[in-house]
Write a protein that binds this ligand. Sequence first.
Ligand code: BF8
Length: 659
Amino acid sequence: MEDIKNIKSVDKVAEEILEWGHAHGIKSAFDRADSLKPCPIGHTGACCKICFMGPCRLVGPDAEETAAGVCGATLPVVSSRNFLRMCAAGTAAHSDHARDMAFTLLEASTGEAPDFQIKDVKKLKRVAGILDIPIEGKTTGQIGKEVAEKIIENFGRQKGEVSYVKRAPKKRQEIWKKWGVTPRGIDREVCEAMHRTHMGVDQDPENLMMAAVKVSLADGWGGSMFSTDITDILFGTPEPVHSTASIGVMKGDEVNVVLHGHEPTLAEMIVDVSSEPELVAYAKGKGANGINLVGMCCTANEVLMRHGIPTAGGFLNQELSIMTGLAEAMIVDVQCIMPAVAQVAKKFHTKVITTSLKGKMIDAIHIQYDEHRAKEVAREILRLACDNYPNRTTEGSRVSSFKPLIAGFSHEYIEYMQGGSFRGSFRPLNDAIMAGRIRGVVGVVGCNNPRIMQDSFHNYLATEFIKNDILVVSTGCGAASCAKAGYMTPETALEMAGPGLREVCEAIGVPPILHLGACVDNSRILTIATQMVEEGGLGDDISDLPAVGIAPEWMSEKALAIGVYFVASGMYVIFGSESPVEASSVVKKIKTELWEKRFGGKLEFINDPKEIFEKTLAAIDKKRDALKLKKYEQGKFGAERVLMTMEDRRKLEKEQAAS
Ligand code: BF8
């Protein structure tokens, strides 16, 4: 990786746009990250600003032992309090998104949101079963209503436990009970986290960090999992779909509309109406050849997984997509939307359109989304984008290259591909792991962060893992990163994959890096891991699996909540970049040693991708040893094909066909 240290991104298209931006005096997050160094005190968790006696900065040679805020809060208290607040915010974001999804399901079921229908009735019934809702003799609408109401009730639940906790392996549920971290209701845990971190409440770092576990579990086994299920019910459970990735998916002769943010409801409606003959004719009337929808961030992942809408990439590509000069409109809702987009848009003809009352922006146009007339709003937005097409000038970096990809790997599809509709299971995957064909499974997920060369950690890790026979599952901007690099097609990725992994992927017919969806869809990794445990042969808890979770370029509070719920579910989790609790050795010990003792998982921050890679391999091999699985030997399986490249194979097939 040393030879590419001086560039900002390994996404070549992004790099090209950045160069254009520099030549034209247009700045982006990449430049702001250069000129605005992180505050070294806040960055390490040593700044307390939860009351107005401060902010107190707990610094000095022996700060851990001697420093204290005006109230007497020590560095471990301050650090753990900050950490808990970040997890609470992450949980709130995912879960408030889930709440909106639940209300859409409710109104779709009652007919109050007539533009929405229940697309996956089978999944609805399965979810009803998990929620103990009887379905006999009920219409789809009735079941949908009861499912939505039960999920909505989970947010305000005061006692008991979040309904999906029971989906975890039995042993895991016992561990959570034992340590008092079983989440009760989603809102209750977020609210309590905010209360505990108010001035003068929880003063015990261990207690605060256990609250971080509890609130994050309310995200993983609550908000995020509910969101994934409802989205599948409303818009269909994903199946493999071809598409393309890169900012270069924007078209020179069409009205380009960037769908950016997280909640897929309005985006789904825009996808739906964009091919209506009247709208296409409207676009043509403005001189364009049609309407080209492209995704950004997790909305991209949602519409990619279900409709094959191309992705223009993740978090760091948002400003750059506008700098192409090709974006007629950028539609945003909530989360990961840089305020800078409205500012950079002023230099071009792009209209930035906010659509949620929760997320307004200075200098953007606001068109309020309303689920009761969703398609009407979608059409209004698209017409506005078309009206803007004639305003396009020659300004902009333009770019046109992109990579093909396959996305759409839901839990259900991964099960189906291992045996079909009637015999679907996780047996083949478990067997391959047990035999050592596949060494283990790694989730490479999470954000981009301009403090790290864009995509460099993601792509390096994903490719090194598959070379070492490790199956990679990916979500969020991590998935976009691999897609833009072209690693999400069987052709490219199988070429790089180790022989054992390649053999299995070829037999099942999947790429070795699987796109599982948006960030909320990390919940799919939880349910997949649980099913792998239940399938047998790999222990009796998630903590037994030879699996690791990695967010190598993280930046958001949501990522932290995800990391913590994976730790609490038993996984070793590694985040790239520096630790937000670096200042406190006490808190560092809690999130590693104490959590490992209690939950079998730990959270580490490592700023060196090679070290992340090596530690992951070591952790996977240790789990394999503990399970008494066959020792992994590189090249043992599929060895006869090791030297045969895709090109060789095609040549051979041609020769065979000719003879
Ligand atoms: O939820 S990976 S930058 S876009 S936070 Fe945001 Fe991070 Fe991207 Fe989606 Ni997830």
